[in-house]
Design a protein around this ligand. Sequence first.
Ligand code: SF4
Ligand code: SF4
Length: 480
Amino acid sequence: MKIKAQMAMVMNLDKCLGCHTCSIPCKHVWTDRKGAEYMWFNNVETKPGIGYPKKWENQEIRKGGWHLQDGELQLRAGGRLKKFVGIFHNPDLPDLDDYYEPWTYDYEKLTSCPPSQHQPTARPRSLITGQNTEINWGPNWEDDLAGVHETGLDDVNFAGMEKEIYLKFKKVFMFYLPRICEHCLNPACVASCPSGALYKREEDGIVLVDQERCRGWRYCVSGCPYKKVYFNWSEGRAEKCILCYPRIESGQPTLCAQSCVGRIRYLGILLYDADRIKQAASVLDDQGIYKAHIETLLNPNDPEIICEALDQGVPKNFVVAAQRSPVYKLAVEWKLAFPPHPEFRTLPMVWYVPPLSPLIQGVENQDTDVEKNDFMRIPFRYLANLLTAGDESPIRFALKKLIKLRKFMRSTRVSDKPDYKSLEEVEMTEVVAKEMYRLLAIAKYEDRFVIPTTARQETEDMYQGRGRLGFPAKSLRPAE
Ligand code: SF4
Ligand code: SF4
């Protein structure tokens, strides 16, 4: 057993407002410079939809992630030889139109134009060419279902469903899906890079691009099935979400998590067995991967695991933080959070609590709450295609737990007659229900973010290591 620690995130989709407040601080801090205009390390998509870049989930087109070939785990885009032969032409890359052509406006025209009969306008101007441009796609184009009756037809999460029905006005459903890099346990971006420029940090599993080694081959961009590595066209290097590691190291949450208005984000440490990764990613049946993934995560309260982790050099403050980790509780203990598209076999480490949704008309007043989740507006099948490779049962159980939790809390708060029967049906105790309620509904800062500090600055010269740590390479820095 090889024990390692991983910083992980859970997002509670039930509470995401789609306000995009998370994306803005991220944009301003990490991608606010030339060549990075079109990048959103954090973006929020409306589901159903094809997202940003277009059709990122469709690996028939994008060829990202891993698959099993003759029982062996292989990169879907092909191995080293295939990459070497085609190193100057990578046909699987999304192009700028799939992301969007970034633009700005001539704001000055609004204030400097002379008085006239008509209101002044500022035309959109491309940030790439500087010319006037037409806007016809963006990172948030399908916001609140805009145009989804057309684009939604290409949403792969409708697999096995009558998608046309769910895109009709009366049947349509929606929720928001915020996305960052998954900092996967089995990252396809790292395995795809011919220069070995991407790597997973030893101490906390954050995946970074070494800017000094990156040669701009862009295989990481196509290799990542979540399309969370981007190519900086100005610097000729790859860039990606760094999970705000300078903040994490000092015990602070990422900017997206800190600023999240809905308080949907949770950050915590997980301990995992690195020796089990290959086995978990190679499970034959796509639907078995989620279970195997959970089994790679270790119980931080088990005395044997604690001893072994400390012996293997996991810092004590990491082990203590893992015991209080909200991510461990939500993903492993309570099984409320799920990894997106486990069938991509990268073992993602940003998990989602599926959203509850209004009941379809006619069932609201019936007292059939046990099966009420069968009548939710968001179909199980859709959520299962997104989160559990199509296996509906874990999603059903998680949503049922959330419904029973609501029912129980309402019975204690409103009628003062605690409904213990509801809890029994989902094998939950009152103590767990109250803890769950505190974590999900009250979501206090200190419960949401349990982040151990790392004192790297005391052992290394961080200034010298900037390129390795994802900041601009030496050759691109202004003279010092
Ligand atoms: S989600 Fe992040 S870690 Fe996973 S493959 Fe993509 S870029 Fe790599
Ligand atoms: S800030 Fe939070 S609530 Fe708002 S869109 Fe981002 S994740 Fe959702």
